[in-house]
Design a binder for this molecule. Structure first.
Ligand code: COA
Length: 176
């Protein structure tokens, strides 16, 4: 009996659908948070993969970005947060995960995302990129925009989780 139960458990584990949600997350916005929660409706587990060493000059270090996302999702065991360096496909191969989740905000995102998805599949044929339309409340958001608003003393309410807003104020020495 116990043997059968173990078998069932292990086959469930094998079938666990896991996707990687990569990005620079400098910082995490409510648009990202929305994609993560909706992604959890499709996948059993999501690995939020914070890119280290992208061409982008970031306000937060990789460690800070990872730590912030971990704190925001501290009560969500299905969300794991890691950083990666180098090619995303190599990271995915190392994790034995074939699915990449990405959010699309506008038509202008599509061209770049399409290019990236094809390039990733060209490098590793098993990789599938799944796109989710960003919720209409967040299509105008970007991490750059939010950094500018908070750095200039504006409010990030509704755009970023409260913890992110606090960390942005600390980072930019902005007044409340
Ligand atoms: N709602 C609101 N805003 C969103 C959003 C959403 N759902 N999803 C993304 N954004 C915003 C981000 O805030 C970000 O804004 P910013 O440009 O002002 O910082 C912008 O959209 C794009 O961000 P992100 O989704 O994090 O993508 P990215 O372009 O920063 O990261 C990587 C792309 C990291 C996935 C990609 O460069 C990569 O895979 N790098 C690894 C190296 C590699 O493999 N290169 C070859 C790729 S083919």
């Amino acid at each position: 009996m116990k043997k059968n139960k173990d078998k069932r458990t292990s086959s469930r584990q094998i079938c666990k659908k896991v996707a990687i949600y990569p990005g620079s997350f400098d910082p995490l916005t409510n648009g990202h948070v929305n994609i993560i929660y909706r992604g959890l409706e499709l996948f059993d587990e999501l690995i939020v993969a914070v890119a280290h060493n992208t061409a982008k000059k970031t306000a937060f270090t990789t460690e800070e970005r990872v730590e912030i996302i971990r704190q925001v999702f501290r009560n969500e065991p299905k969300v794991k947060v890691e950083s990666f360096e180098g090619l995303l496909v190599n990271y995915a191969t190392q994790k034995k995960i074939n699915i990449i989740l990405r959010g699309l905000r506008t038509v202008s995102d599509f061209e770049f995302e399409f290019q990236m998805a094809l390039a990733n599949r060209g490098m590793r044929s098993k990789i599938e990129t799944v796109f989710m339309m960003t919720d209409s409340s967040y299509t105008h958001l970007s991490s750059t925009l939010i950094k500018e608003i908070v750095a200039l003393g504006g409010s990030g309410k509704g755009m970023v989780p409260p913890l992110v807003e606090r960390r942005l104020r600390e980072k930019f020495g902005a007044k409340k």
